[in-house]
Design a protein around this ligand. Structure first.
Ligand code: SAM
Ligand code: SF4
Length: 494
């Protein structure tokens, strides 16, 4: 998603117009994932160490955002207090993204700020992909950093924090050789309505342009039993929408626990999560085309709680470019998956990611990608300029397309997709969607919410206190990135 690309998936239709505020102000929840205790955290914790307020800034994807929620849970569990203002924090963590160069640069610009304030007295930690990628070099570039920890080592965070509390000056967690997932007893969730839940970490694919397998380590799935236990607790805590996360969420492999003859498939897990009492919506992202099968479409078709939206990144339509990207599918195979989704009994919205300017991409390849946009009729596309990344195999290929030309190609793709969305969204005028209300405007009577298909609807209603409610909204207008509507008021209510 734009500034931080994975939120783009969530913000599928982009602009929220005036409706922004509320979620932030409508409270956050602490949920416990362990066996014992109530789902809301009692405030009884030992006196905070090291001072001890913390601030986390998160860059990048939804998985990073959710990792930050869990990191916050680890700190809260140790008696720290989270603050919204960097200046009043004793401990500052940057949870970083290095998927593209610009994202990686951001954290160094943040760290550079401390050079101007040598007496800041803060403990600074760098987490996530840049931490993994740059490792101890970060100490060289920013000697005021005390902790560097990649996401594959987050299970060591409590021990690393304990070392800092004991007075250690520098600590690192940089192993990627792990079969552990990052599970915490307490998670501080930012969104009061939708809970994110990572079911698979890391990635075993090796797309030639991508740093993720290097920065997040090998693929490892969380057991279905533990996922379902957490979903039940989330439902008890009042969450009705669950979003299952993974870089390749549908590559999920249920680890075999003692006594099991076989684990759940991803589609079976979706159905089981949807069956938890209190859960009304289940989303999942990101799906890899190679592992996307008919069973997922059948599950969506037969279980109304499974949201009718699939994010299925194609990256390019050119088979030659796909091969060079090591995407493990041809354009025909990808189009078969789209056809499978389109054959569902209920309409399923489809979104995608596209990279332009990959080494060797010709005008013909670009034309091929544009024709895919016409054929696939996506409901949203997140397009990126190719960015050469360290430790990736495409680094060996000459980055042949000048940045200016990459920018031009990006604009061409975005313009074509915008035209498609204008037409598709206008076709929805007159239809009614069930919306989970998650935002309110300063203007009275104006609200925002999402449909199951992840469309953003900005709508009017005579009612107040709609936040967190599921209501019916009729579409009265459309823009490329969102829909406008009004609440359907049934005659009995009027
Ligand atoms: N695992 C997902 C998949 O296979 O489609 C994608 C996850 S990736 C973290 C998110 C998106 O970032 C990718 O779909 C791709 O479009 C984009 N991306 C990844 N590496 C990139 C690079 N080096 N340059 C530009 N965009 C990149
Ligand atoms: Fe990166 Fe490819 Fe893995 Fe997606 S599947 S995270 S693009 S390596």
């Amino acid at each position: 998603m734009p500034p931080s690309f994975d939120f783009r998936v969530d913000d599928l239709t982009g602009a929220r117009e005036e409706l922004r505020e509320v979620v932030k102000n409508s409270g956050t929840a602490l949920t416990q994932t362990g066996e014992a205790g109530p789902s809301l955290l009692p405030a009884q914790i030992d006196a905070p160490p090291l001072g001890a307020t913390f601030f986390i800034e998160t860059f990048g994807c939804q998985m990073n955002a959710h990792d930050s929620e869990k990191v916050a849970g680890v700190l809260l569990g140790r008696g720290y207090r989270q603050v919204e203002d960097l200046n009043s924090a004793k401990v500052v963590f940057y949870n970083t993204c290095s998927i593209r160069e610009k994202a990686a640069q951001k954290v160094f610009s943040r760290l550079g700020e401390y050079r101007k304030h040598p007496g800041h007295g803060k403990i600074i930690g760098v987490l996530g992909c840049v931490a993994q990628q740059e490792g101890e070099e970060i100490f060289e570039r920013a000697p005021w950093v005390s902790l560097v920890c990649g996401s594959a080592s987050y299970s060591k965070l409590p021990a690393l924090l304990a070392q800092l509390e004991a007075g250690n000056r520098r600590v690192t967690g940089l192993d990627t050789d792990t079969d552990e997932t990052f599970e915490t007893e307490i998670t501080r969730r930012d969104n009061p309505f939708r809970a994110y839940l990572t079911i698979i970490e890391g990635c075993d694919k090796s797309c030639s342009y991508c740093v993720v397998p290097y920065t997040r380590g090998p693929e490892r799935s969380r057991s279905s039993a533990s996922v379902l236990q957490e979903v039940r607790k989330l439902a008890d805590a009042g969450y009705s929408e669950i979003q299952l996360l993974g870089q390749t969420v549908n590559s999920y492999r249920d680890p075999m626990l003692r006594g099991m003859t076989r684990g759940m498939t991803f589609a079976e897990l979706l159905v089981a999560v949807a069956a938890v009492p209190g859960i009304r919506r289940v989303r999942f992202t990101t799906s890899h085309p190679r592992d996307f099968g008919r069973d997922i479409v059948e599950a969506i078709d037969s279980v109304p709680e499974l949201c009718d939206h699939v994010h299925l990144p194609v990256q390019s339509r050119s088979t030659r470019v796909l091969r060079s990207m090591q995407r493990t599918y041809s354009r025909e195979e990808y189009l078969e998956k789209i056809a499978l989704i389109r054959s569902a009994r209920r309409p399923i919205s489809v979104t995608s990611d596209i990279i332009v300017g990959f080494p060797g991409e010709t005008e013909e390849d670009l034309a091929d990608t544009l024709s895919l946009l016409d054929a696939a009729q996506y409901d949203g596309v997140f397009a990126f300029q190719y960015s050469p990344r360290p430790n990736t195999s495409s680094l060996q290929m000459a980055d042949t397309i000048p940045e200016q030309e990459k920018g031009r190609r990006l604009a061409v793709v975005q313009d074509r997709q915008r035209e498609i969305q204008i037409v598709r969204n206008n076709e929805l005028v007159g239809q009614t969607f069930e919306v989970l209300v998650d935002g309110a405007s300063r203007r009275p009577g104006q609200w925002a919410g999402r449909s199951s298909s992840n469309r953003i609807l900005n709508f009017s209603s005579p009612h107040s206190d709609l936040l967190g409610q599921y209501i019916q909204v009729r579409v009265t207008g459309a823009s490329p990135n969102s829909l406008i509507g009004e609440q359907v008021i049934s005659e009995q209510v009027v």
